[in-house]
Design a protein around this ligand. Structure first.
Ligand code: MN
Length: 405
């Protein structure tokens, strides 16, 4: 092995995720996470081993590299796996930098961002909290993957501080609305997938074609201002309660790396329309956890969930997204919606964990939380593991800062 990879590393030889990094002496460029290091693909390219235009590696985003197509990018991944085990191959120790010496950047130039609502546990919990405990799911929910078009400009990379949004709320339904800092700031445990191939306006992508259009996945935190959201969302849906920020993990894990962790999804009842039916399984067994650390204090794990619980899979999401002829572009981000599991320890938002603030959560520090406070650091982590092979996402973190005055 050219480089030491710690056992249980998210970034094993089975992973090979792509990201954008810089160091004090190098501009943003494409790299691959391996153990505690980053392999500089510009340096690898300089040895002459790649037969594509090396400009795509010297970029601030992965989009141009992804645009080479899976026939190229999957080949790069397989070559790196082989070279890591070849002492006489093109890789040298000088091509690696320590992750602790690098700055990670937003990996994708996101053109359009869509957020789905595809966890039946989450949709049921929210329906019970806000509407009717007896009929928590709305009539459309089991027939189509509900979603909305989000804001791409405010998607930020892990480590970016999150300024508490200000806006209009109506805390007292008998009184006029008020303006000020959000009081009910929340996270949403989600995963996003990145479009790796563009479609044409008017074209629909079938569930059978969809895998070819999906490059890889990231952890995704859809920060949510519940008080702003609750007042504004009728009748057109989420707006400023969501658009102030979403955070993503810096390494894009390819679908190639995730294939060994493919599992069947939940049985869909009633049967879905033909355009939403899939001939292959496309759920993934990815363990997820959420950590909350008050400023300067230890972290408490406040939830453990799994991506495999998704009722609607990515193929169905993409088929539905394009069934009306809407085109998708390389770099578009499709988020899953909050991923909640079956019990209270697996809920993917504070809204659910604290029953809309009615049952505060006690952290290991003894502090209580209904929603996020200034100084809190919220971290999502995720990994898949099977037969001793681990493919992980690392983490996505953000610290809550007070509102701007
Ligand atoms: Mn969401």
């Amino acid at each position: 092995m050219i480089i030491e990879i710690p056992t249980h590393s998210d970034f094993s030889i089975h992973n090979i995720p792509f990201g954008i990094f810089s160091t004090p002496t190098s501009s943003p460029r494409v790299g691959v996470a391996i153990g505690e290091h980053i392999l500089d693909l510009v340096e690898v390219g300089n040895t002459g081993v790649f037969d594509f235009n090396l400009d795509v590696l010297n970029k601030s985003y992965l989009n141009a590299f992804i645009a080479l197509g899976k026939s190229v990018t999957s080949g790069v991944r397989r070559s790196i796996q082989a070279w890591l085990q070849d002492d006489n191959g093109p890789l040298t120790a000088a091509m690696f930098v320590k992750q602790t010496d690098a700055t990670m950047h937003m990996p994708i130039k996101v053109g359009d961002y869509t957020d789905f609502y595809s966890s039946i546990e989450h949709a049921t919990n929210v329906g019970k909290l806000f509407r009717d405990p007896e009929n928590a799911l709305l009539p459309n929910w089991r027939h189509l993957p509900v979603g909305y078009h989000g804001r791409a400009s405010s998607i930020v990379v892990s480590g970016t501080d999150i300024v508490r949004p200000k806006g209009q709320t109506r805390p007292d339904p008998e009184a006029p609305p008020v303006y000020g800092p959000c009081k009910l700031l929340d996270f949403e445990l989600e995963m996003g997938f990145v479009i790796g191939k563009s479609s044409q306006l008017g074209q629909t992508i079938t569930t059978a074609e969809a895998p070819d259009y999906i490059f890889g996945m990231v952890l995704f935190n859809d920060w949510s201002a519940r008080d702003i959201q609750k007042w504004e969302y009728v009748p057109l849906g989420p707006f400023l309660g969501k658009s102030f920020a979403s955070s993503v993990s810096p390494w894009v894990v390819t679908m190639d790396a995730l294939m060994p962790f493919k599992v069947a999804g939940p049985k869909q009842e009633p049967e879905v329309l033909p355009y939403l039916q899939c001939s292959e399984d496309y759920n993934f067994d990815i363990n997820l956890e959420v950590g909350l650390a008050p400023k300067g204090q230890a972290e408490t794990i406040i939830s453990r969930s799994n991506y495999k619980y998704m009722y609607w899979n990515q193929l169905q999401q993409l088929a539905h997204h394009t069934v009306n002829g809407c085109n998708v572009n390389i770099g578009d981000m499709m988020a899953s919606g909050t991923i909640s599991g079956k019990d209270e320890k697996s809920y993917g938002s504070l809204l659910e964990i604290t029953f809309a603030g009615r049952q505060p959560l006690t952290l290991e520090t003894g502090e209580e939380r209904k929603f996020l406070q200034n100084g809190d650091e919220l971290t999502l982590r995720g990994y898949a593991e099977k037969d001793g092979k681990r493919v992980g996402f690392g983490s996505v973190s953000g610290v809550i800062l007070p509102s701007n005055s």
